[in-house]
Design a protein around this ligand. Structure first.
Ligand SMILES: NC(=O)c1ccc[n+]([C@@H]2O[C@H](COP(=O)([O-])OP(=O)(O)OC[C@H]3O[C@@H](n4cnc5c(N)ncnc54)[C@H](OP(=O)(O)O)[C@@H]3O)[C@@H](O)[C@H]2O)c1
Length: 363
């Protein structure tokens, strides 16, 4: 199963909205075929493993299949591949070991039922924690019906994310920035607030490593983004999404649309900053965006933290001080130490900075 997980990981950043999946076929104590889901639309891992065995002239009959996720069992117009349960029964596979059940309601438990009814011995839960970690975006999306949210911040030793003039380039060194570009390539989307879009004019693309560009989302109630913004002239303009309030200027909306930008009008969150994050995440889930890397700024971080809408936090701290400027997180609405948000995470070094990593733990 560990081999199957190593194979699955090769699909990182390429399979969404599908999960990463790996499969290994074992017969008479040796591996006769292995595979992984290489990208959305490509063969499923189980089919790759069976094909690999057949290509060597070895029959998968009576073999054991180790599969990181429950084999799929349905057909749908938007689905590119036939059900893997059919393939497994057709080739006479004897036992199937599965790490995680598929949370997708079209599969969840039904794949196991079909295999069991066909006389196959099925065992679930082997290395399940590895699967939860590998496909955390996919699992979060199907269980909570919203994208997986990763907050990424970079601050100075004195807790600032920008200088008094708004400049923030660069707080971290290239090693940390390369890590962030690698993250971008693995997420379906990156998101910033209008404050950051205006102050930094970021491109929000993957440049320091090889990888595909994510969708670029800007929360911009009043469509303040200038038509000269770099993000608008980036390649793949269809990947730009601006979420704005439903009373924004229609003329400006038209101008932005002419750049190929997708505009999503959302109700204003009265009494709160900007747009309702619940509405934002609902709209993104409808676009099948399963994971979002939130890249700032202070008010956007504070909104996600206040609403408890986050799953992972990465905070880089670089060995510089500026003594003023923008605090890493804006007002959280707390007044006393007893109300502080407490994280259970770990620190590690990345070149010159520390990286604090924490996952949200449900109470
Ligand atoms: N070091 C770092 O890691 C880092 C990363 C990013 C940014 N920065 C710096 O941070 C500064 C910008 O931070 P900021 O706090 O001024 O701006 P911001 O958080 O980037 O954007 C805030 C704006 O986004 C809009 N927005 C829409 N919906 C929102 C919601 N639900 N919650 C919060 N905001 C929402 C609001 O403007 P509308 O009402 O107009 O929509 C709001 O004023 C810049 O100086 C930038 O350089 C640093």
């Amino acid at each position: 199963m560990k081999r199957a997980f190593a194979l699955a990981r090769r699909g990182e950043g390429k399979t969404s909205p599908n999960p990463m999946v790996g499969a290994v076929l074992v017969k008479d104590g040796r591996i006769i075929g292995e595979g992984w889901h290489r990208r959305h639309g490509a063969l499923h891992a189980e089919a790759e493993a069976v094909k690999a065995a057949l290509d060597q002239g070895i029959s998968p009959e009576a073999a054991d299949l180790y599969c990181t996720l429950e084999p799929c069992c349905f057909t749908a117009p938007e689905k590119h591949q036939p059900p893997c349960t059919g393939l497994i029964t057709k080739h006479g596979i004897k036992r199937v070991y599965i790490a995680n059940l598929d949370p997708n309601p079209k599969v969840s438990g039904k794949g196991v039922d079909i295999l069991t009814k066909a006389g196959i011995t099925v065992s679930t839960g082997l290395c399940a924690a590895m699967g939860e970690d590998l496909n955390r975006a996919f699992f979060t999306f199907h269980r909570l019906h919203r994208p997986y949210i990763h907050l990424k911040m970079a601050q100075t030793l004195d807790g600032r994310i920008a200088a008094p003039d708004g400049s923030s380039r660069w707080i971290t060194d290239e090693a940390a920035r390369r890590m962030v570009h690698r993250l971008r390539a693995c997420y379906d989307a990156v998101l910033v607030g209008s404050g950051t879009a205006l102050a930094d004019d970021p491109e929000l693309t993957v440049r320091l490593v090889k990888g595909r560009n994510p969708h670029r989302i800007i929360l911009d109630s009043h469509l303040a983004l200038p038509l000269t913004a770099k993000v608008l002239s980036a390649l793949e303009p269809e990947k730009n999404i601006i979420i704005h309030s439903d009373d924004a200027d229609e003329r400006k909306a038209g101008e932005l649309r002419s750049f190929g930008v997708k505009l999503i009008p959302v109700k204003k969150d009265h009494g709160k900053i900007g747009i309702s994050l619940h509405e934002v995440l609902k709209a993104l889930a409808e676009l099948r965006i399963q994971s979002v890397l939130v890249e700032g700024g202070a008010r956007v971080y504070s909104s996600f933290l206040r609403e408890g809408l986050w799953d992972r936090l990465w905070l880089f701290t670089a060995p510089i001080m500026i003594g003023g400027g923008v605090s890493a997180v804006a007002d959280l609405g707390l007044t006393s130490m007893g109300e502080a948000l407490r994280f259970n995470g770990t620190f590690r070094h990345v070149a010159q900075q520390t990286l604090f990593e924490a996952d949200r733990v449900d109470a």
